[in-house]
Each structure stands twice: as structure tokens, then as C-alpha cells.
Design a protein around this ligand. Structure first.
Ligand SMILES: Nc1ccn([C@@H]2O[C@H](COP(=O)(O)OP(=O)(O)OP(=O)(O)O)[C@@H](O)[C@H]2O)c(=O)n1
Ligand SMILES: C[C@](O)(CO)[C@H](O)COP(=O)(O)O
Length: 237
């Protein structure tokens, strides 16, 4: 069946303290967003990409895609909204067929792997609402005004990532209800949890699938890419 991808690049990157959108920063000679796109475009199940960009960056995004992926015809660049959730909603309006599976992915997670895409897609055939995540490793405490209120048992806690995958129509309906009720979630699954009629399933992803959020993430990201390049070089020898 395959899926359509909503790839989010319309954020401000405020926590990165960079002069430009973090999605446009280069890692190992390529913009962050291109690292993401290459992984999805290499996936046989990815039918097309709706790339959601800031209104003021539509042109620069177009130029970057043309420069790095000149042969690509199945990428549509559309403008996003104020919040992440608004950008997903706007992206959903450009999906070709709402009966299709839709994957939503943060452009700020350029280290997504073919293995993660495969795990999500395989689980999707059975569950139709699937998100990537990893078990929490640190001790988690609830803190108020720097005072510890409690230690939260972590055995059931997962850090949730993207991609997150749903049936297009169901995700759109959940977004419409969320808008009506002014509900703002930090991910798409939270809208399905609240307004959908489906159990969301988590699949084990990868601790390397980090979101580039603060400046030190760029250092970690460079290290991840260097390690992967060295692995490829070792295989080629
Ligand atoms: N209005 C928005 C806000 C966020 N995003 C995207 O959602 C993803 C996750 O968001 P986050 O890391 O919070 O990105 P920013 O909003 O750019 O970062 P910040 O909150 O630090 O400004 C990113 O790929 C970002 O581009 C988006 O498309 N539209
Ligand atoms: C969707 C997400 O990446 C899952 O971890 C995350 O919730 C995005 O959050 P942000 O507030 O936009 O950084």
C-alpha cells in the first residue's frame, strides 16, 4: 500500500540559538532536512513527501531540494503554521489520498534509519496507529519549584520520537476535533489517544534518532554521522 510523508520543517529552532532555522544547518556538508529526505526517498514504501516549511522559507527550501535532489518529482513544499500541530494540519490538506497511511516526521530528526521505517511500517499493517520510541533510561522525578514531589516508576515510561504513522483520514479527523476544542498536543499520537478510536502501538526505535533541539545536539549528531560513515567505509574495504 505504501505511505505519504508529512515532513515538518516549519519551526523556529529557538532553542538552537542559531541565526537560521536548524533544519537548514549543515551536518557533514548537507542540510539537516536533506539527511531526512534521503532516508525516506530510499524507502520503497514512501510514495510522496509533503515538506512543510515556513512561509518565508518556501523559496530557499525549493532551492535546497533542487540542489541536492534534482531528480525528485514527488516532493511538494507547502507552508506551515504557528505551532507544530498547525503545520501537521496544513500538511494533511495536501495528502493525495486520505485512505493512505500517513507518516509524520520531524525534519529535526535527521538520524532516522531504514530499520526504524521498516519497524513502523510492518507494525502499521497490524495496528494502523504506530509510533517510534525508546524506553526511558534515566530516573524520572516530578519536580515543582525545584522540590522533588515524587520518583516516577520508569518501567512503563518511553521517550517518544517520530515517525508516527496513522491512516490519513483518522489523523485528519483527530486534528479537526483538536482544533475545535483548542487542544494542543506535543505529538500526533496524543490527538489519536484523545480523539481517535484506536490503540496506539509503540515500536522500538533507536536512541540515535534524536531531535536536534539544543546546540549540544549538533555535536552528538556529527558523532552519529561520523560513526555511520566509518561503518560504511569499513564495509567497502
Ligand atoms: N510551527 C512549527 C513548529 C515546529 N515544526 C517542526 O516540528 C519539528 C519538531 O519541533 P521542534 O524541535 O520544537 O522545532 P522548533 O519549533 O523549530 O524548535 P523550537 O521549539 O526550539 O523553536 C521540527 O522539525 C520543526 O521544524 C513545524 O513544522 N512547525
Ligand atoms: C513529536 C516529538 O518529536 C516527539 O518527541 C516532540 O513531541 C516534538 O516536540 P517539540 O515540543 O516540538 O520539541
Amino acid at each position: 500500500m505504501g505511505y505519504e510523508l508529512i515532513l515538518l520543517a516549519a519551526g523556529q529552532g529557538k532553542r538552537m540559538f542559531s541565526t537560521k532555522n536548524k533544519i537548514l544547518l549543515e551536518l557533514m556538508g548537507k542540510p539537516v532536512i536533506i539527511h531526512c529526505m534521503e532516508t525516506f526517498l530510499a524507502d520503497v514504501y514512501c510514495q510522496n513527501i509533503v515538506l512543510v516549511a515556513q512561509e518565508e522559507e518556501l523559496e530557499v527550501m525549493q532551492q535546497i531540494v533542487q540542489k541536492y535532489l534534482p531528480e525528485q518529482r514527488n516532493v511538494e513544499i507547502v507552508s506551515g503554521g504557528k505551532e507544530r500541530q498547525d503545520s501537521v494540519f496544513k500538511g494533511l490538506n495536501h495528502i493525495k489520498d486520505e485512505a493512505h497511511y500517513v507518516l509524520v516526521h520531524d525534519g529535526a530528526r535527521p538520524f532516522v534509519t531504514p530499520a526504524i521505517l521498516s519497524s513502523v511500517y510492518q507494525a502499521l499493517e497490524k495496528n494502523q496507529a504506530v509510533i517510534a520510541g525508546v524506553p526511558v533510561k534515566d530516573t524520572i522525578k516530578r519536580v515543582s519549584g525545584m522540590k522533588v514531589e515524587e520518583t516516577v516508576p520508569r518501567d512503563a515510561l518511553w521517550q517518544i520520537q517520530t515517525p508516527q504513522a496513522f491512516i490519513g483520514r483518522e489523523l485528519k479527523q483527530a486534528h479537526e476535533l483538536a482544533r475545535k476544542q483548542s487542544f494542543l498536543g506535543t505529538d500526533d499520537a496524543s490527538l489519536i489517544e484523545k480523539f481517535g478510536h484506536r490503540q496506539v502501538k509503540v515500536v522500538m526505535a533507536d536512541y540515535e534518532n534524536i531531535k536536534l533541539t539544543t546546540p549540544e545536539d549538533l555535536l552528538i549528531g556529527e558523532a552519529i554521522l561520523r560513526k555511520r560513515m566509518e561503518q560504511v567505509e569499513r564495509k567497502e574495504v
